[in-house]
Write a new protein. Sequence first.
Length: 458
Amino acid sequence: MNVYHKQVSMCGCIIMLSLSVIAQQRTIHIRELLSLVQSQPQVKAYEQQSQAAQYNVNLAKNSLMPELTAGYQAGYATYNNITGISYPGLISPMSGPPSTGNVYDPVPGTAVAALLKWNPLTFGQRQAAVEKAAAQYKLAGTYYNDVLFRQQFLAITSYLNAVYLHQLLQSYEANIERTKVGLQQSLVYAQQGLRPGIDTTQFQSVLAQAQTDLMTIQRQYYAEISELTRITNLPEKPDGIVLSDTLLIHQLPVDADTSSGFASHPSLQYYQTKREVSEAALKEIQRAWRPKLDLWANAFARGSGVQADGSINKADGWSLSRRNYGAGVQISFPILQFSQVNFQKKQYKLLLKSDEAQLDQVKLNLQKQKETAQFNYEQNLSIAQQSLIQAQAARFAFDGLKLSYESGLIDFTRLIQGQYDLLKAEAGEANTFLQVWHSLLELAAANGNLNVFTDKLK
């Protein structure tokens, strides 16, 4: 009874452990990858950069608001020629009565002021700055979309490779089982004197090689799953990931919509927006050689240790005894900057032409990429159909060779060659099916719409 209870207890522990391992595993669907990639740190970094670019638009628009600065000053300075020195930028300059001679005694001076500056009219310069900032914000958004699209493409590619390796694992495991069966049969035949003992040794050698090949595929599968978790920012270890779409390696996409264009392709939109930024930058430069209108108002109070009669009273320097205000308008025109602006205009026109040429090249690349992907997709569909025939024939051939070996009609070499041909045919079938899905993914990438691929998943 004690032994029985111990066995039951051990079985219960094993079952609980197995359930715990299963509970820790995470099942991943291909469609889920599209959202998982968004949590990747690199992708999130570009998203935050895109959001940060939006504030450039707000900053450009905010220049319409007047600028009001207030401050207080206090200092010591010689009293020659002016009634105290003020730090520039806040206090409007004002000359005082000249002194009759050089007096180097320092006198105190204080001031408090509020300076208002406003540029209500910029002759189109502010609007050009806003348009440029808006184009740059749009460019940051399209760059983020392009990065996200590329990472989603890489994630699906890695998933497909992992599905293929998963199928290879099953084929190699089946090959090991076939080899073990052959080894057991060879042992029986050798004991009965029907087969030479060398067959058993050869089967043992083939089994060792098959197990080594299986471990190699396992290492590749682990590496591919690890890469998938890196792209998708999943915290689970590779052995905690379960692929749910492994059956696609046994089926072909049917009636895939490959007729859509690439007008919404993220890369195309990025280069289109890049051209828009160059156009906005050129407009900003063209409007740089325009007048500027400034409105200003200044209210301030000051104190000076120099009296009106020229005498010094340092106590008055610390009091705000004189109050002043002023307002005005200024219009300025950069006359001698015409040459500089003209050079910049020529520079930005060339940059705009460069962006247009890059856009034309992207359109050409996408067109050729789509044509090539379409051709590969159709060819791979035909190849996959042939691989089905080849794999089925290899299975029939191996079954026949196995019966012939058991009947003593063929030797070990013929049997193992048939077994190897079957393994090769199974791996080839999985590879051709994978290539069909890969070419459909390439076609979806050329169209800039991954739904062309995901819509065919069952």
